[in-house]
Design a protein around this ligand. Sequence first.
Ligand SMILES: Cc1cc2nc3c(=O)[nH]c(=O)nc-3n(C[C@H](O)[C@H](O)[C@H](O)COP(=O)(O)O)c2cc1C
Length: 209
Amino acid sequence: MARIPGRVRPRNRVRLNLERSLEMSQYKIALVAGSLRKDSYNRRLAAAVTKMAPPEFSFDPLRIDDLPLYNQDDDASSAAAVNRIKNQIRAADGLLFVTPEYNRSIPGVLKNAIDHASRPYGQSAWAGKPAGVLGASAGPAGTSMAQQHLRNILAYLDVPTMGQPEAFVRVDDNYFNAEGDITDARSKAFLQGWIIRYADWIRRFTGGH
Ligand SMILES: Cc1cc2nc3c(=O)[nH]c(=O)nc-3n(C[C@H](O)[C@H](O)[C@H](O)COP(=O)(O)O)c2cc1C
């Protein structure tokens, strides 16, 4: 059969589409939100920012609301939810933390999840996974103290965390529109730049796949 230049035969088209969709989700990121609240600003921020990520990045929320309270006595027989988050973290190419600040630190639910996935000793799921940190607050300090505490924990857990740019996002009820996008053009442009830098950070640690 003669080939018509510029046309792709159906079988090749299927293969091209398959290759393209594999390329599209080349980097799997575990998204760790520090708030369980239904209308959480931080979860809305995560949705708005990840929407602006390069197409080859996919973001899967790490479910942490069904984890038991961490108890070292349970290390020998971890709950199914604990094994689930550890498997998801291990399978991920990177991590994205988006957290509120509670009483000048990270929320207890986030610390609980971090502790669970760090144990038993020597079997941490976190080690070596590249990460980025974002946070939103209605307050003027914009989660800076919480983020600093989180960076301290991540350094101990051997999680290489992007240092710059930092993002302390000040939000109110008008920050997102009905579609969940960021309304302020400057803030949106800044966060668009942030997620591009984050993507480069992840690529650096995964050898560009
Ligand atoms: C227990 C608690 C402690 C808080 N402490 C702080 C704080 O230290 N700094 C701050 O900026 N906001 C603080 N806030 C306000 C949060 O920034 C605000 O509730 C925010 O909306 C929480 O994030 P979320 O919308 O993603 O749930 C606190 C809120 C709660 C419930």
